[in-house]
Design a protein around this ligand. Structure first.
Ligand code: FES
Ligand code: MG
Length: 596
């Protein structure tokens, strides 16, 4: 099937018209044992974009899976070349892993475009690794397939499931109210991580891998397989075999990541109770593959979709349960029954999502609920705006039933939530002051976090979800509304208004807020407004400008400075603005010029 089409690796390794350079390219790839016979055989060179390392424990199991990937690639007649991707680990990287997604993207674009690679396996897993890889594959547009590393096994403590991230919120409450000591706190949190793999809750990792499958970029049924299962090894082998055929078929990201595919992903995200990071990453991927996906589509297509998957933080279960219940195909089949999936969208196995998922049964209805018995109706995101910002996201499946009934569900009741804001400039400010009784917070408070966006933090940190002060928790108030220009951990269940764009650091309206201002949150009209006259807002704007604008910490590294100059806002994917004009490099740019 490759007849008539010259693989790009031939430009390096088998170009008689340029024997000088061919020799130069060949000699160094021979030096670790590859043979001329292999490199000039016409077999496709398959890159393994390796995101696992000791610095990236969530993805580290990919170092093991790569062996089975290589087996599959070899068996199907390809030659594997494994190379590292800039490490990203969500909970280890300071000041935030959010800073590194675009850096890994840039590095991977250069690797895929500048080296003799005909197709690539993207080893996905921890939150940002999945979008970074898919964004780069979209830009270069060579055949690409994602292999998830899979979630950790379920965590357990005293007979109860303990899930990644979610247990931290619970443990903090127990610690704050003196029910456990420091050592017990650490043991309880660690119980949620019993094996290799990524977060076992419906956090950003499970979300993004589920969506990579829903987009068609991963073998059907593969996203949810836990990392240590033998099925995961088998899946690596199948993935390796499949990418070789994809090169023969010239099946590229642009054939798969179409508008229909993104729409399917939005619908699936609602049904799984996916992370509020998903709109950011899908916007970024869509822009790099040239698909127009306005933020409002998340509400238009996603809001009325019910929550079907009963995973923590919103529900009860964890990754192993999700896999056993049927994973993504079982969810998609339910959504297809309701007519919500564009069934003709093509996937990496060469078949459509409809063909892959039709008839896939739910194996455990406690974990994946059937269409008619959802956990929550209308579980998708709301897209909010108001007199302080143009766009923000709210995950409605995380709102308490009480709050929903009062402020969202009853269309006849025009009641809006009005609260008094307590404003924090970054998480240090929050931690320093939150438990101070002088703040006099109550259940009518709205916590505001600013300086946490792509420019201000920098990198947009997951710091908007803030726990109430200990004195409120001990009164039984364990969540109060939060608003902020940063992100929220996908493993947090608090009712937050997130990803506020534009952020305070680029003169967004949150910079004008003062503690004690009243904020009106009207979920029915999708508005969030500060109850101040326009004249007062103008006066504050002038005062802020006179003082040199909203202040945030100076850059500490070269990359922080570079990213701050180029990065866009969260509502449009926080990509490096201008980078989206480089599209489909393998087709539009040919191969780069020779290096000597
Ligand atoms: Fe890496 Fe959750 S911290 S997957
Ligand atoms: Mg996270």
């Amino acid at each position: 099937m490759t007849e008539g089409r010259k693989l790009r690796s031939r430009e390096w390794f088998d170009n008689p018209a340029n024997i000088d350079m061919t020799a130069l390219y060949l000699e160094r790839y021979l030096n670790f044992g590859l043979s001329l016979e292999e490199l000039q055989s016409g077999k496709p060179i398959i890159g393994i974009a390796q995101t696992g390392s000791d610095l990236s424990p969530c993805n580290r199991h990919h170092l093991v899976l790569a062996e089975r990937l290589r087996d599959g690639i070899r068996e199907a007649g390809g030659i594997p070349l494994e190379f590292p991707v800039h490490p990203i680990q969500e909970t280890g990287k300071r000041p935030t892993a959010g800073l590194d997604r675009n850096l890994a993207y840039l590095g991977l674009v250069e690797a895929l475009y500048g080296y003799p690679i005909d197709g690539v396996v993207l080893t996905t897993g921890c939150d940002k690794t999945t979008p970074a890889c898919l964004m780069a594959a979209a830009t270069v547009n060579i055949p690409a397939i994602a292999l998830s590393v899979g979630p950790m096994l379920n965590g357990w403590h005293k007979g109860e499931r303990t899930g990644s991230g979610t247990i931290v919120w619970k443990a903090r409450q127990l610690l704050a109210t003196g029910q456990i000591d420091d050592a017990q706190f650490i043991r309880l949190v660690a119980s949620s991580a019993p094996s290799t793999g990524y977060c076992n809750t419906m956090g950003t990792a499970t979300t993004m891998n589920s969506l990579a499958e829903a987009l068609g970029m991963m073998l059907p049924g593969s996203a949810a397989i836990p990392a240590p299962y033998r099925d995961r090894q088998e899946c690596a082998w199948r993935t390796g075999k499949r990418i070789v055929d994809m090169v023969a078929e010239d099946l590229k990201p642009s054939d798969i990541m179409t508008l229909d595919a993104f729409r399917n992903a939005i619908v699936v995200n609602s049904a799984i109770g996916g992370s509020t990071n998903a709109p950011i990453h899908l916007a970024a991927m869509a822009r790099h593959v040239g698909v127009d996906l306005p933020l409002k589509e998340w509400e238009r297509l996603g809001h009325e979709v019910p929550l079907l998957v009963n995973l923590q933080p919103v529900g009860e279960y964890l990754g192993e349960d999700y896999y056993r219940a049927g994973g993504v195909p079982a969810v998609v089949n339910q959504l297809m029954g309701a007519g919500l999936i564009a069934e003709d969208a093509l996937t990496v196995n060469g078949r459509t999502i409809g063909e892959n998922c039709r008839g896939v049964a739910i194996e455990e209805e406690a974990v994946i609920h059937p269409w008619g018995q959802p956990l929550v109706e209308n579980a998708g995101f709301l897209v909010l705006s108001g007199n302080l910002f143009d766009a923000a996201i709210m995950k409605t499946s995380a709102i308490s039933a009480d709050f929903r009934a009062r402020y969202l569900s009853d269309p006849a009741d025009p009641e809006a939530f009005t609260g008094t804001v307590a404003v924090f400039d970054g998480p240090e400010d929050y931690h320093h002051r939150i438990d101070d009784p002088a703040m006099a917070l109550d259940d009518n408070t709205i916590l505001v976090m600013r300086g946490a966006g792509p420019v201000g933090y920098p990198g947009a940190a997951e710091v908007v979800n803030m726990r109430p002060p200990a004195y409120l928790i001990s009164q039984g108030i364990d969540a109060i509304p939060c608003v902020g220009d940063g992100r929220q951990s996908g493993t947090s269940g608090s009712p937050s208004i997130l990803n506020v764009s534009p952020e305070a650091a680029v003169a967004g309206g949150l910079a004008l807020l003062k503690t004690g201002d009243r904020l009106r949150v009207d979920l029915k009209s999708r508005r969030v407004d500060v109850l101040l006259e326009e004249a007062e807002l103008d006066a504050r704007r002038a005062e802020l400008a006179a003082g040199g604008g909203y202040q945030f910490p100076a850059s500490q590294t070269p990359w922080q400075e570079i990213q701050r100059k180029l990065v866009g806002q969260l509502d449009s994917g926080a990509i490096l603005e201008g980078s989206e004009k480089y599209q489909r490099l393998a087709q539009t740019q040919g191969v780069p010029r020779d290096n000597h």
